[in-house]
Write a protein of this length. Sequence first.
Length: 184
Amino acid sequence: MKKWVKEISGWGASIVLGFLLSIVIGIFIIQPYKVDGYSMEPTLNNNQRIFAWKINHVLDKSPKYGDIVIIDSRVDRSRSFWDDIKEQPLVSLLSGEGKKEIFYVKRVIGLPGDTIEVKDGKLFRNGTVLHEPYIKEEMVAGTEQSWEVPVGHVFVMGDNRNNSKDSRMIGPVPLDHVMGIDSF
């Protein structure tokens, strides 16, 4: 009987340690995400699995132009360390909250201090039209828009510009809402 209890407690400790280690890795190092939708075509496809490096998020480092990032789209609220814990796949599964569609996969177009403009279906950064070989198709010409990227924020857009909910709708994204940089 004593050997059986020792065996069970050994397995239990291993499971708890594995659970805690997966949370720490997911918060601070790397986390899997699933592309949900068609906004990043042709670069990434719907339901494609990607891995995001979290080191930049943890060290408060800014992404660079052209980086593909995972963002928390709830830009109207502050993020906390508790959010990072609750959003881990194992924790959300055990809590019963399931997968919420709050994370977007987008490309960094503007950094703090930039002026982003859409005119005649073309994208401008600081007055210069951007050459973007990665986009699916040219944007449908619509109303002209302009944004100033504030300090501590980035401006993100999907590669499928005509089918993307991005900074044009939700506004510039606070750097603490950039969850990671895609490692593909």
